[in-house]
Design a protein around this ligand. Structure first.
Ligand code: SAH
Length: 401
């Protein structure tokens, strides 16, 4: 049934023919699709998104400064965005994760669009919640969202890490600090399947830890027995610890952040895993892989988990060169029968394209690999079919033939 909203309601009317993605429940309205805005709406305020013929498509939050001009809260005309709706979304996100990662006390509890809450990320680290707000809509409802999160999770401590680069695109300032309770700087300890990690929620990458790689760390750990492992872009030692716990013979870990390496070494000691041969390199992986080759070093297992090279598809070409370079140079260090776990967390590079890039690297290396497994983000980072942009993390487990 065709729905309309009253002419008193602020409305964003689309150009003719630009309603298709909303009809497929894609939650973004790009500025180029907008014909006109009716009414006086504050940043992050509610607008009805309407097709060119005036028919209602969605309720959305207005982002006046951004190319993504509005983000959808609801496709149901009855569901006018208010405190009750946002509270119920937060409660549903927390409920959706009941029983997930039961052997861990660190979990993503809200994953933005995929939980019906664009612009909101919330990660739980033991009894501390870390919140990141990246859109004008979530910014407007910040107090409501934080209160709902405290209620739904029972977490007393809340820390805000609203310092993602995308905030600038929304015209929002950086905000970092304690929102509730107390947060011990650098001293938070989480437990992931029996491995303990110190997490620095105030200064670490993202909200402090890469929760999305949880299952992939477990999978890699199970393959490392008696192997010489090279972990590139090791951050605070995620894959290093799983390799050591999995019985690796040696692990060499590389990262260009001295602070991350320091925490990684503390994490090895914290878990009593310092009996195994570990080496650490504060280096640029692009260079270091070449240096290792020049020294004639080889490995049985290599992990490549670089930072995001392509935030959007505009950067895909440059990013593709980066991925090809590190994959090619890692492949050249693999012993026969060796394995490579290679990842991309770039939204701008699809799983398909990533596989093509890695295949190109294998071809240039003159090597054959079997695809043993495909990797994704852990299930507390859900993906909506109608929002494929949300599927940012992809990876391949390759075995050298
Ligand atoms: N695998 C990690 C997460 C990696 S995050 C985990 O499971 O926790 C990406 C890391 O790459 C960051 O620690 C960053 O410091 C590092 N990094 C970014 N560019 C780099 C470069 N050119 N060389 C080495 N490390 C780099």
């Amino acid at each position: 049934m065709t729905q309309h909203v009253s002419s008193a309601v602020p409305a964003l009317t689309l150009k003719a023919g630009r309603e298709k993605s909303l009809l497929r429940r894609h939650p973004w309205v790009f500025s180029g699709a907008v014909a006109h805005l009716r009414g006086d709406v504050a940043s992050g305020g509610n607008v009805a998104v309407c097709a060119s013929d005036g028919r209602f498509l969605a309720w959305a939050a207005l982002s006046p400064a951004s190319q993504i001009r509005a983000r959808v809260w609801s496709f149901d005309v009855q569901e006018v965005p208010d405190e009750a709706l946002l509270r119920s979304r937060v409660a549903a996100a927390v409920a959706r994760r009941a029983g997930m990662a039961a052997d861990c006390d660190a979990l993503r509890v809200v994953h933005a669009e995929a939980d019906g809450l664009p612009g909101l990320i919330a990660d739980r680290y033991a009894d501390t919640l870390v919140v990141q707000i990246t859109s004008s809509g979530a910014e407007r409802w910040r107090d409501v969202l934080v209160a709902a999160l405290r209620e739904a999770t029972g977490c007393a401590n809340v820390f805000e890490r609203s310092d993602a680069d995308v905030r600038a695109l929304e015209g929002l300032p950086v905000r970092i600090g304690v929102l509730a309770g107390a947060v011990p700087h650098g001293q938070l300890v989480i437990n992931e399947r029996g491995l303990r990690y110190r997490v620095d929620v105030a200064t670490g990458q993202k909200t402090g830890f890469f929760l999305d790689q949880r299952d992939n760390r477990t999978a890699v750990g199970a393959l490392c027995r008696d192997r010489d492992v090279l972990n590139c872009f090791c951050y605070t030692g995620g894959f290093t610890l799983s390799a050591l716990a999995g019985g690796a013979r040696s692990v060499m870990s590389v990262d260009s952040s001295a602070g991350a390496l320091e925490l990684a070494q503390q994490n090895v000691v914290l878990n009593g895993l310092d009996g195994v041969r570990t080496e650490w390199a504060d280096a640029d992986v692009f260079r270091y892989l070449r240096d290792l080759r020049a020294e004639g070093k080889t490995f049985d297992f290599i992990v490549l988990d670089p930072p995001k090279f392509a935030p959007t598809s505009k950067d895909a070409e440059r990013a593709a060169r980066g991925y090809k370079d590190i994959n090619l140079n890692a492949m050249r260090l693999l012993r026969p029968g060796g394995m490579l776990a290679t990842f991309s967390c770039s939204s701008g590079i699809s799983a398909d394209l990533f596989q093509k890039i890695v295949a190109g690297a294998a071809a240039d290396a003159g090597l054959s690999f079997g695809i043993e497994q495909r990797f994704f983000a852990a299930p507390d980072h859900p993906v909506l079919m109608e929002f494929p942009e949300g599927e940012y993390l992809k990876g391949l487990l390759l075995a050298r033939r």
